[in-house]
Ligand binder design. Sequence first.
Ligand code: AMP
Ligand code: TRP
Length: 333
Amino acid sequence: MKDIKNKIIFSAAQPSGNLHLGNYLGAIKQWIDLQNNYKSIFSIVDYHAITIYQEPQKLREKILETAMIYLAAGIDPKKSIIFVQSDVREHTELAWILNTISKISELELMTQYKDKVKKLRSNVSVGLFDYPVLMAADILLYKTDFVPVGEDQKQHIEFARMLARRFNNLYGEIFIEPKEIIIKEGARIMGLDDPEKKMSKSAENQNNYIALIDEPSLIKEKIKKAVTDSGKEIVYDLEKKKGIANLLTIYSLVSSKTIKQLEKEYKGKNYGEFKKDLGEAIVYFLDPLQKNLKKLKENPANVKKILKNGAEQAKIIASKNLEEAKNKIGINY
Ligand code: AMP
Ligand code: TRP
């Protein structure tokens, strides 16, 4: 058994758009705490992002900006490895190997894939279909124990776990079966424009999400426009008041007040007052991150150095583990 300090955490986000409050509250916030107790590795997964077309210049900018947001949020390169996926070729190489033990029928069951197919119709790439295999490679490559993510990634991690088991059975024990870490509150922040669907970077409506880089005035405006119901009371009711329930969850997480406390505080008050205060609470919550980000943007060369250094550290682990896997399969002579 590894002791806890040696247990490995791996997680990642795609540089495919603006990181939003859902990404922060569901995933990144946990990473900041976990890095103090585990060997932590955080990646910016650009090869995942291109499974749906990205405009090249924009992608280039978003890769760097996503890294800056990790750092601004408090990921500390002295404690954690931060790197860009494409800088460590072993990810795609292991993905190929895992492809050979993945079943089409298993990938066809993936909810995220099915949702995207509905949106994209016939314009679905093989890469998008194969995405969970690359994700499993990301995770297994570091013999990861725990993967802190939002709710929507649970199925992908179950799949990674199953591939680890399958590989170990076929070729011999080398991969760890990873477990997800999903927090209770905030694991699924819903869209501001539609509380039936999760907050998403790829939403067409800009009012769906609060981007971590949104200006204070825009944040307040988006909260003002957030969809609620026709009632009056500010109470947490997931059946009848999904919009308000989502806003209460967000409020609670950015203010560290419980939902019960908030319900009490807003008894007799109207949606307008509630939304005004929530907008301000989010602005206040994001202020340190935005200030840090501004500073980091003044010196992109420094961030690139951190990323290249992170890639070197990641590569040491990745190449060793990949070699081990290749030896087991007989891909050596
Ligand atoms: P992605 O934006 O898909 O790259 O996701 C990066 C991380 O944020 C993953 O751990 C997701 O599970 C998490 N995440 C994405 N959207 C949400 C959301 N609406 N609520 C909570 N967590 C989310
Ligand atoms: N698929 C994840 C998402 O969209 C991003 C991701 C890629 C990831 N590889 C990973 C998350 C490995 C955790 C571990 O949110």
